[in-house]
Write a protein that binds this ligand. Structure first.
Ligand SMILES: [Fe+2]
Length: 362
């Protein structure tokens, strides 16, 4: 009789991914990259399925969100596994290249893949690679955060990718387009980080989009090393994407439109030909600052899954708006990647709009 296959599931609703791997024969399970704020949901999921958590694993020290690794290991007795170079004070298992974790007969193998961070690992399981921020669908994690190194990233890609079967599914640590997984064969064909390049060319390409590390990310790394246990803790400022922030910089050719130009468009009517897209949270949209009259709300974290709602604007003008212009820049890049033809970022956001004394709705 054919043995039951492993149970594999992605547990988060947003761009930040947490993977569940379970062995149906032993009911032992592992969680990869759990998010601290969702700890109770994970525990409920485990309980409902009758799973016993053997391992919780972080693919690297996260700078964008707080890890639920320590709290889950405290609550369940699971081993907390990270790379041997991780700064975590609470990881109970230190992984190196080729380390294995067993769930019944299913083996999870750690592959060292530094570049996004020094302690990045990719987890190999039957038919799948959990790549963390080493490789996304169509791109890869930033290499300009603390511990990141574009040259090391190139070396990891060139050492590891050719050795993996092309029919393997790539399951990334984040995805901003709402995609779940992708065949390695397809990534080799389309992923801009996997385009064949010399090391120096790759380093120059990534170095062109270097950005400073924001203070809140430094604080997030420090907290992750200390092992946060308060699910309400969060360092991400309200104006950042309420998901994950390890993605590469948006395209350099971002198209910007000033609040004055948008005001002229609003005053001239013609709503059917364009879409003002507010990508903030619902409470901001109706809050103190208000929103540009006629702007439609689709919060940035929900945008990848709600593209069908704005399908009619594929060839029309879309103006993305947020509080200060940072989330809307990401929305602009996301929509352009998704094939929308004429997308603009309103510079300075609703703050700049209010400063000019233009009217708002609440
Ligand atoms: Fe990351």
């Amino acid at each position: 009789m054919k043995k039951e296959e492993i149970v594999f599931e992605q547990l988060n609703p947003d761009a930040c991914r947490t993977y569940f791997v379970g062995s149906p024969e032993t009911k032992e399970a592992a969680l990869v990259d759990p998010v601290l704020g969702a700890t109770e949901e994970y525990l409920r999921y485990l309980e409902n399925g009758g799973w016993s958590l053997r391992y919780v694993l972080d693919t690297h020290t996260h700078a964008d969100h707080l890890s639920g690794g320590r709290l889950l290991s405290q609550r369940t007795g699971a081993e907390y596994a990270m790379h041997r170079k991780a700064g975590s004070k609470h990881a109970s298992m230190r992984l190196t290249d080729g380390s294995t974790l067993a769930l019944g007969e299913t083996i999870l193998e750690a592959i060292e893949t530094p570049g996004h961070t020094k302690d990045s690992i990719t987890v190999k399981l039957p038919g799948r690679l959990l790549t963390g921020d080493f490789l996304f669908i169509g791109s890869a994690g930033r290499t300009d955060l603390p511990g990141g190194d574009p040259g090391e990233h190139w070396e990891s890609l060139n050492r590891v990718i050719p050795s993996i079967d092309e029919s393997t599914l790539v399951c990334p640590g984040h995805d901003y387009q709402g995609k779940r997984e992708s065949l390695l064969r397809e990534e080799k064909r389309t992923n801009s980080n996997l385009r064949p390049r010399a090391r120096a060319e790759y380093v120059a390409w990534l170095s062109a989009t270097r950005r400073p590390t924001p203070e809140w990310m430094v604080a997030t790394v420090r907290a992750n090393n200390d092992g946060p246990t308060d699910p309400a803790l969060n360092f991400m400022p309200p104006d950042e994407v309420s998901a994950c922030m390890c993605e590469p910089a948006p395209a350099l050719d971002l198209r910007e439109i000033s609040v004055e130009e948008v005001q002229r468009l609003v005053a001239s009517g013609g709503e059917s030909g364009r879409l003002l897209l507010d990508v903030r949270r619902p409470d901001e949209y109706v809050g103190e600052l208000g929103h540009v009259p006629g702007a439609v709300l689709v919060p940035l974290p929900e945008l990848p899954a709600r593209l069908s709602e704005i399908e009619g604007y594929r060839e029309k003008t879309i103006i993305a708006i947020c509080r200060s212009g940072s989330r809307s820049a990401k929305a602009t890049a996301l929509l352009r990647d998704a094939g929308f033809q004429n997308v603009w970022n309103m510079t300075g956001g609703t703050l700049a709009w209010r400063e000019k004394g233009f009217p708002v709705e609440r």
